[in-house]
Structure formats: C-alpha cells, structure tokens
Design a protein around this ligand. Sequence first.
Ligand code: 5GP
Ligand code: MG
Length: 202
Amino acid sequence: MPVELPGTVRPQGRLGFHPSKSGGSVKVLLSEDELAAGIARLASEISERYRELPLTVVGVLTGSIVLLADLIRMIEVPMRLGVLQARSYRGTTTHPGKLEVNPDLMPEVRNRHVLLVDDILDTGRTLSQLVIQMHDMGAMSVRTAVLLRKRGRQQAPLEPDFVGFEIPNEFVVGYGLDYNDYYRNLPYVAAMESADLEAAKT
Ligand code: 5GP
Ligand code: MG
C-alpha cells in the first residue's frame, strides 16, 4: 500500500546547491531516508510478486533513471533490464503535451513478464499507453511501478501495481525528476514554487 504523507509539505532550508540561477528555496517532500525506505518496500513487494516468473524491468527514460538504479539493486529475483524513452513534458512547460515514445533501446519482451517503472504517475497517459505498447510487443503480462503518484490528477484509467508515495498536486523535482532537465541529481524530492519555476527558465 502506498504511504500517505503526513500533511502536505515539510518546509526545509535551501538546496545544498542550486543548478539554476534562481537560488530560491524549495520544500523537501521526501528526504533521502524516506525515499530509501519506500524503495526497499517497493523492491520487496516486486520480488514477492515475480518469484519464479521471467521478469523484465523496463524503465521509462529519463525520469526513472535514479529510481531504477536504486530499485533493481534491491530486487531479489532474477531479472532483465530494458529502457525506453517517453516524454510528454518539454523544456520549461509543466503541463503535459503529446507523448513521444522511442522504443529503440527496448529488449525483446515476448514471453517475458514486464514491469514498467516510471518516476511519477500524473495524468496516467504515459503509462497507460506504454502498457498497451508492451502487450503489442508480446509481453506475457504488464505491470507498473511508480515512485510517486500525484493526488487528484489522473485522467487515464490505470491503477499502478506498485506505488512508492502519494504526493500532493505540486510540480516536483529531484531523484530523477527534472525541470528543464535540471535538478535530476538532487538526492531528495522537492516541490518547486512558481517563483522558482520562473527563475529557473533563465
Ligand atoms: P503522465 O503521463 O502520467 O501525465 O505523466 C508522466 C510523466 O510526466 C512523468 O514520467 C514525468 O516525466 C512527467 N511529470 C508529471 N508530473 C511531474 C512533476 O511534478 N515533475 C516532473 N519533473 N515531471 C512530471
Ligand atoms: Mg517521465
């Protein structure tokens, strides 16, 4: 079961460093310790589910890259790893646009049980389309795992099988999630204020 965060946000200090020019403060939603605990729980749920099954984990680039690295090292069943690229946000927009999928890096998934791994479930459009695509590619089963699920945003009818954390409807960065391709390297998840978003455009 996803962990409900207590309250909405826990204000903390400034970023340890700031790759943009804004230098604005951020609200840390999930600390490194909280992330580590959530990912350990996800990995054990996943290991339990896929015991005895030929598992291929497919990470959705680029946002899932940090999660993937931490998650797969805690999965305790044999697995293959693949990636594909999907993007719906471009540059400095915080609203999804048309989904572009590049499956060139995908391994063969015929007769494999696929677990799609993405950073965040927002409208659900990305993962619901990718689930169809994996079935079309011959996967025996397709399940989904997300680190974060935004409350009250979902449009596509997709119930993720594994969820790390539910978060409020705010634009978040860090731990793989970007704004204008920055902030992916933050070791925690933070919500960006609109002033920060403006400042980070420059
Ligand atoms: P969906 O298709 O579910 O609307 O969106 C999924 C994708 O949108 C995610 O994989 C992620 O790349 C992007 N996205 C959605 N919400 C956020 C957010 O709050 N912050 C960031 N950085 N990306 C987001
Ligand atoms: Mg993404």
